[in-house]
Design a protein around this ligand. Structure first.
Ligand SMILES: Nc1ncnc2c1ncn2[C@@H]1O[C@H](COP(=O)(O)OP(=O)(O)OP(=O)(O)O)[C@@H](O)[C@H]1O
Ligand SMILES: Nc1ccn([C@H]2C[C@H](O)[C@@H](COP(=O)(O)O)O2)c(=O)n1
Length: 234
């Protein structure tokens, strides 16, 4: 099947809006592949730290991005998903706010984005792909038959992140997380290349007061309406 007719559900939005959570639930529910594009930018930032490349050295970073030695091992019934960078498991350490901030910086560099474009498109495999990020619907898969722009207020996103991190990182505070979320939003929306913006044909969904199940149902209903999948109970 030609790649362009393999269906993609593109989910874009700011940090903490719930894209990753919803994308992995949808992928499992539909039996489709999953692209966590933010993880790829996070891996570049972490690899830059390993190789001591400053985050403003565009040429070196794009070379690093082009040759990134990474393996995404999907979750199974027995074990959770795992990400290997240069053979080492980095599944948890790429999730810190520090690595997220680094990812947001390298992601503003055009040569780095260009180096990662085809690697992301290669995830488009039968029977379908759920892709989450900032530019899935605008740049990477502009022909996706379903595009969702998922948002939530910055305060709610900081609250969600706080609940997620407080046990692993007792030093985090709601105030510091809100500051980091606002800084990352500003960088991701204001950059010159592939800024975070809703595609003109995206469905916008504000999840501030919606549960994870409500968001999942909304997207599945939209997918069923477009004949991307058969009607199934969540
Ligand atoms: N609708 C929701 N209601 C309550 N909590 C939610 C909701 N959606 C997601 N969460 C929780 O919010 C946290 C952040 O979600 P998630 O990591 O999926 O966001 P994200 O948009 O992928 O963020 P990032 O872009 O930084 O990776 C998780 O702990 C998740 O369980
Ligand atoms: N398609 C993408 C995905 C991610 N980024 C950048 C911007 C984010 O701040 C950073 C980390 O992403 P997250 O894991 O928090 O989703 O990576 C991007 O520019 N484009």
């Amino acid at each position: 099947m030609s790649a362009s007719i393999i269906p993609v559900i593109a989910i874009d939005g700011p940090s903490g809006s719930g894209k990753g959570t919803i994308a992995s639930l949808l992928a499992r529910h539909l039996g489709w592949s999953l692209l966590d594009s933010g993880a790829i930018y996070r891996l570049v930032a972490l690899a830059a730290e390993y190789h001591q490349i400053p985050l403003d050295q565009e040429a070196k970073l794009s070379e690093l991005a082009a040759g990134l030695d990474v393996r995404f091992i999907p979750a199974t019934e027995q074990s959770p998903a795992n990400i290997l960078l240069e053979g080492q498991s980095v599944t948890d350490c790429i999730r810190t706010e520090q690595v997220g901030a680094g990812a947001s910086k390298v992601a503003a560099l055009p040569q780095v984005r260009a180096a990662l474009l085809q690697r992301q498109r290669d995830f488009r495999q039968t029977p379908g792909l759920i892709a989450d990020g900032r530019d899935m619907g605008t740049v990477v898969f502009p022909d996706a038959p379903l595009k969702i722009f998922l948002t939530a207020s910055a305060e709610e996103r900081a609250r969600r992140r706080y609940l997620q991190l407080k046990d692993k990182s007792p030093d985090v505070t709601l105030t510091s997380l809100l500051g980091e979320i606002n800084a990352r939003d500003a960088r991701d929306t204001q950059r010159a290349i592939a800024p975070l913006v809703a595609a003109p044909d995206a469905l916008s969904l504000d999840s501030t007061s919606l549960s994870i199940d409500q968001v999942l149902k909304y997207i599945l209903d939209a997918a069923i309406q477009r004949n991307l999948c058969a009607e199934r109970q969540v």
